[in-house]
Write a protein that binds this ligand. Sequence first.
Ligand code: BGC
Length: 417
Amino acid sequence: MNAISRLATAVSLAYLLPLTALAGEVEVLHWWTSGGEKRAVDTLQKLIEDQGHTWKDFAVAGGGGEAAMTVLKTRAVSGNPPAAAQIKGPDIQEWGELGLLADLDDVAKQQQWDTLLPPQVIEVMQFGGHYVAVPVNVHRVNWLWINPEVFAKAGATAPTTLDEFFVAADKLKAAGFMPLAHGGQPWQDSTVFEDLAFAVLGPEDFSKAFVDLDESVLTSAKMVEVFAALQKLHGYVDANAAGRDWNSATAMVINGKAGMQIMGDWAKSEWTAAGKVAGKDYQCLPFPGTQGSFAYNIDSLAMFKLSDAENRKAQEDLARTIMAPEFQQFFNQSKGSIPVRTDMDMSSFDACAQQSMLDFKEAAASGGLQPSLAHGMAASSYVQGAVFDVVTNFFNDPEADPKKAAQQLAAAIQAVQ
Ligand code: BGC
C-alpha cells in the first residue's frame, strides 16, 4: 500500500469511525402487519437505517394491538423491554408509573414539540411533565368506507344518518351484495359500537359515558338505543365474520363483494396499497350521524429507558425522525392517518386526509373532538377490556336484551375501577 492509499484508507476510516460509534440499534414493537400498514412502517425503518442505525422489527400481529400489549408485558416483566413500543393514551401513564420510560425532553425542546402539537396530544405524551412518548399520527375512528360502484349497482345512496345507513344496507342486501364487511373480533365489534354510540349520544354524552364513566349515561335510554342499533346492524353481517381480520373485511369492499365497512382510517392504508383513489374508487364518509365530530386515535411510540449510549442515541434519533415533516408526510400517506403536527401542508394528501384534517380542527374548536374508547384513548385498558366483553357477548347473541346490556356495561365498568 503506498502512502497515498494509506492516507486515503486512514481518512475513510476516520470518517467511518464516529459514524459507527454513534450507530445503535432500535427495537420497535408495533402491530402494523397488514399490507398497507407494513408499507407505512417500512418508511420509518428506512429513515432510521439511512442514519446508520439498525432497525430491529418487533411486529406482533393482531389488529387493535391486544396481542402486542400482552407480549410487551412479558418482555417488560423479564427486564428486557424494547427501545420503543406502540403504547397509547392513558396506558402511557401506567407505564410511566412503573418508572420504565425514558425522558425525551431534549429532543422535544430541540424540535419545539410544545408549539407543534395540539394540547390534547401533549398531555397524553407526557408523564410527570416530561415527554416519554412521541406521537406518530392522528387516526379518525368514525368513518364509513363505501364502494361507490357497488352502491350504484344496488341503487343505494351514501348515507348521512343512521336511518339512511339501514336503507342503504337493505338495498345492498336486496341486490345480492354483502352490505357490511365486518370482522368478528372484540376490538372490531367495539369499534362499530363506539361509532354507533358517537352518533346516538353525541360528543358530550359520549364523553360522559366513556371518559367520565358516568353511570347515568351508561344506563340511559340513549345507550339502550345504541345497543338496539348494534343488534339491528348484526343482521347485515355475513355468517363467516367470526375471527376475520379487519384488512380481510376491507378487501371485501375493495373487490366489490361488500358495499361498506365501519372502520378507522387505517382501512385506507389497504385501499392505498391496492392503488385505489380516494373519492373515485372509494368514498370515506364520516360515520352517519357523526358529521363534524371526530373520535381520535393517536398512535404513539413510548420509549423505554436504555443503558447503552449508542442505543440511546438511536432511540432519540427515532423520536426526532418521527416528528420530522418528511416522516409525517410519507408515513401518514401510507397509513391512512393525518400528521400530528399542526403545521403541515396537506396539499399532497388525498381527499379523505384533507377532510380529516379540516374536521379535526373544527371538532377541536367545537367540542366534537373525543377520544376513542375502542382504541385505548378514552379510558384504561381495564375499562376498555370490560366494554369489549359486554359488547362482543351482546353482538353474538341475537336474543340479547339491549336494556340489560346497558346495565351490564355500567356494572362491568364499575367492577374494574
Ligand atoms: C391502531 C392502528 C392500527 C389499527 C389496526 C389501531 O388500534 O391505532 O395504528 O392500524 O389498530 O391494527
